[in-house]
Design a protein around this ligand. Structure first.
Ligand SMILES: *Cc1c(COP(=O)(O)O)cnc(C)c1O
Length: 390
């Protein structure tokens, strides 16, 4: 398999500075700020769409709900995967067609289902009896797809057993939905977020194909296959280019499912992560004792102000300073809050310039996904991550 570095990362120092770099260099920021280049979102959308072919893209809004991103995606004809009333309202406020917005959270408030139904939302997800009952009561006649559990994920950020149900439950739910007057159209799954290689989809697609065939044998005429998200972003380790990756996934889908009427994909991270850079600042560099092996570098952004995906050191962001040509050394990287879990990288220390000092600017690359939405309102008085779209 050929593996390419992402084409969206400027690794060639001779290349023109990107719009993001130019904007960051020209401005000062008095708090950690995520700068998003909406043109990069568009480029990523087009690259993924080219590989996904006849599958429709339902952008997973939770990855980054910035107005400028939603507006641009509506203009490009994207569909949306929304998880709540507020996410649906956001998409509709930017002119999305309600028929193109799915209510994809398997855990929905009854009153929100009724509200969504009244807005014209027609497609809902479920993985349990009670959820089917809530949908039948509050969105009579709606289309539903059943979310399947993914047992084996090779993703960097797996979604675990929280969502989905097993084969027997899934087939039971198709019948239950029908009994209650709903239109059970198919299945969904999520291979796990940041699934770096397309080949890693195979075991999940195999399992799904088994269940799909069993449902057909049981007499269900399935028309919708929702392959979820999982499309990767570049965090320093090589990934396949988006079009090649999506093409490979679709070839695997076609080999197993043939010509299903409707295929949905729900990229979140893969669409927006590489479009963003966080401008942050060093607050303090210190050692705990003369014999301390590692420096501690405290930033003005941490686990609670946007970098939640450093949990378990699962996602390793790339940090860049103006001193990267100086001698480098390991450090423990931590956030500014008074909570001991607010440590970003300790098990695998980060290499940072030895000359780093408080006040130095730090750019955190490819942070357009799952940062602004994960930042707390005001923990310890630190403001939520600011967002600027250019
Ligand atoms: C979060 C989520 C996605 C997006 O996942 P990525 O790995 O960011 O692409 C897609 N579908 C569902 C149902 C989700 O919850």
């Amino acid at each position: 398999m050929t593996v390419h570095a992402s084409p969206f990362v400027a690794s060639n120092p001779i290349a023109m500075p990107s719009r993001l770099d130019a904007f960051c260099a020209a401005n000062t920021f008095d708090q950690p700020t995520l700068v998003i280049d909406v043109d990069r979102v568009e480029a990523k959308y087009r690259a993924l769409a080219a590989g996904l072919g006849r599958a429709s893209i339902h952008y997973a809004v939770k990855a980054n709900p910035a107005d400028e991103i939603i507006a641009r995606l509506v203009a490009l004809g994207s569909h949306f995967d929304a998880a709540s009333k507020a996410e649906i309202a956001l998409c509709l406020s930017h002119g999305a067609d309600p028929a193109h917005v799915s209510f994809g959270n398997t855990i929905k408030r009854s009153s929100d289902i009724a509200w969504a139904h009244a807005q014209g939302i027609t497609l809902f997800s479920a993985d349990a009896d009670e959820e089917i009952e809530k949908i039948a009561q509050n969105a009579p006649g709606a289309q539903v797809y059943i979310r399947l559990i993914v047992e084996v994920s090779q993703a960097d950020w797996p979604l675990s057993r929280k969502f989905g149900c097993d084969r027997d439950t899934a087939i039971h739910l198709l019948g239950y939905a029908k009994l209650l007057g709903l239109d059970p159209v198919g299945f969904s799954f999520h291979v796990g977020s940041q699934t770096r290689q397309a080949a890693m989809w195979a075991p999940s697609l195999d399992a799904l194909a088994d269940i799909w065939d069993a449902a057909k044998d049981a007499g269900y005429d399935l028309t919708l296959l929702n392959i979820g998200g999982g499309f990767p972003a570049f965090y320093g380790e090589a990934i396949e280019a988006p079009t090649a990756y999506a093409t490979d996934v679709m070839a695997q889908v076609t080999a197993r499912f043939g010509d299903v009427a409707t295929i949905m994909a729900e990229p979140g991270r893969g669409l927006v992560a590489e479009a963003g850079v966080i401008v942050a600042e060093v607050m303090l560099v210190s050692r705990k004792s003369d014999r301390d092996m590692h420096r501690w570098v405290y930033l003005d952004i941490g686990r609670f102000s946007g970098l939640a995906e450093t949990e378990g050191e699962a996602i390793r962001y790339q940090f860049e300073t103006t001193k990267d040509a100086d001698a480098m050394g390991p450090c423990i990287l931590a956030g500014p809050s008074c909570d001991s879990v607010d440590v970003l990288y300790e098990k695998r220390p980060m290499m940072m310039p030895m000359s780093l000092k408080s006040g130095d600017r730090v750019l955190i690359r490819n942070t357009g996904a799952y940062t602004s939405t994960y930042s707390s309102v005001c923990f310890n008085g630190f403001p939520p991550l600011a967002v600027v779209a250019i």
